[in-house]
Design a protein. Sequence first.
Length: 470
Amino acid sequence: MPAVRVRFAPSPTGYLHVGGARTALFNWLYARKTGGTMVLRIEDTDQERSTEAHTQVILDGLTWLGITWDEGPYFQAEAGPKHKADAEQLLGEGKAYRCFCTKAELDAAREAAERAKSSFRYDGRCGRLSAAEVQGRLDRGEPFSVRLRMPDEEIAWEDAVHGRISFQGRDLDDFIILRSDGTPIYNLAVVSDDIAMRITHVIRGDDHVSNTPKQIALYRAFGQPTPVFAHVPMILGNDGKKLSKRHGATAVGDYQNQGILPLAMRNFLALLGWSPGGDREVLPEPEMIALFSLEGIQKKAAVFDTTKLEWMNGQYLSALPAADLLPPVTRHLAEVGVSTEGRDLAALVDAVKVRSRTLLDIAHQVAVRVDGSRVTRDAKGDALVAKLGDAFPGNLRLVLGVLEGAEWTAPALEAAVKALAEAEGKKLGDLMQPIRVALTGGTVSEPVNELLAVVGRDESLARIRRAAGL
Ligand code: GLU
């Protein structure tokens, strides 16, 4: 077996879509697992839609996700002369032919097929022209495209994900491989490059399944062995429809901006259509690589579940030391104009990170703790106020009475509130929850004594007074 060589071959016509990132990831995992080589090839043959900015976004997205490549980026458009030469080689060998049909002729044939309610297939008429006829047309300077002569034989492959897939050559067109301006059609460019780059495994989205028989016909025409094909399933939104902007963000960069950690995103993407077996979900890189296999890729479409992504992100956030989270959290805080100067930001981050789903969430919760003007009562806070009625301000006033004289450390604050509950015959929760609402606007937070400590004495007392209507 030759050493594994895989490639990620994005077209730089837009941002890095999560589906593309997942394809890149599977290629990368397979390369790392097998000790093979990961090639990055930018398929920029569509010169009108491809831009350098898009290429940069793709490279940045891969780098952010920690998906590294060993060769490239190669730019497909640079191989234009080679693609043309390859088409000419097939022409010379009679495996391809010149097609002089004009657009008007082809359009008319297509319309006739539509009228007859049959699907259009090029009838191969130019493939039957005599050599003299071809020469005459060339001498007259007639433009031509080049078509592959599709053999009348079965074209099948053992897909590493789907098993055997088979097509009949006679059901496929003599498709164009070179346009009349000498530029290659996608299928020729891909096969020509994959042969030149000695790609052994083509791992890509299963929207390419219909291209594969055409590509295999080209491998055969070139007398080259075909690579292993692994077509990975589509990604759907949670309504079962193909993932699109309607479902929310589809660009990797959007998740970066929303405060998803790159390793959490990568872990989440790995599980879209691949299962490591068992119920393992949080997978450190070495395990992900060790467990990865093409056989583990599922046939059925995967569902992009944002709640699961946030859960995954929460798992990574809780496991990281605050120090690692400080730079991005500081950046997000600066963006919303919150200064944390003179504050122990690491303590603040530690206080909130286990209950956070994203870096933005952490930044928001830190902001609420350092800046009282950011406290807004949420629905659960409102519900508590309604439920307790007069006891809400009443209990807060009782609390104030003991907190004002308490030593401002988490253990002392806890002891003070507990003693108050006992002395007053109150449920502890009826004292604690109003403090939470007064300090954060909501009913979920770190333990109340820690919350008081982190917000600080003067600010805590001020917020409690305000909530108590004092
Ligand atoms: N450039 C193609 C795309 O972005 C991928 C080609 C391939 O993987 O064979 O869909």
